[in-house]
Write a new protein. Structure first.
Length: 130
């Protein structure tokens, strides 16, 4: 896979997952909506990694670490948000945390974070075009 194909792969996969996250939100599967929302951001960051390094992205899920290995100029607020979004990847995977995150993911909580994820996703896509 060449650089362009690798970038397109990650962006197309992120777009697909974004649609899935929307569907999950609309069907009140709030915990999984945020889990998939994390994947959306992860995949876009992996597209940036592929663009900026010409290499396959590492097999990690930490959004902050992925972003640090790109040329993206993120604000402190965006970096903080990436750290917060990381929780949705880790906490949903493990049974001990799953119940806690399920209770945390009310409609209001999920709507707040999913809105932030959508805004970040759109901003990241705009940066990819530059």
């Amino acid at each position: 896979m060449d650089k362009k194909e690798r970038i397109e792969y990650w962006l197309n996969s992120a777009a697909h997952d974004f649609d899935v996250a929307e569907t999950l939100f609309n069907n009140k599967k709030y915990d999984w909506c945020l889990f998939i929302g994390h994947l959306v951001i992860e995949k876009v960051l992996k597209a940036f990694y592929a663009r900026d390094t010409s290499q396959a992205p590492p097999l990690i899920h930490n959004l902050v670490r992925l972003a640090e290995n790109t040329t993206l100029s993120l604000s402190d607020e965006q970096k903080q948000l990436l750290g917060e979004i990381n929780r949705f990847n880790i906490e949903i995977r493990y049974p001990d945390y799953k119940h806690v995150i399920y209770k945390l993911c009310t409609k209001e909580f999920t709507e707040e974070y999913f809105t932030k994820i959508k805004e970040l996703y759109k901003w990241l896509l705009s940066q990819m075009k530059q």
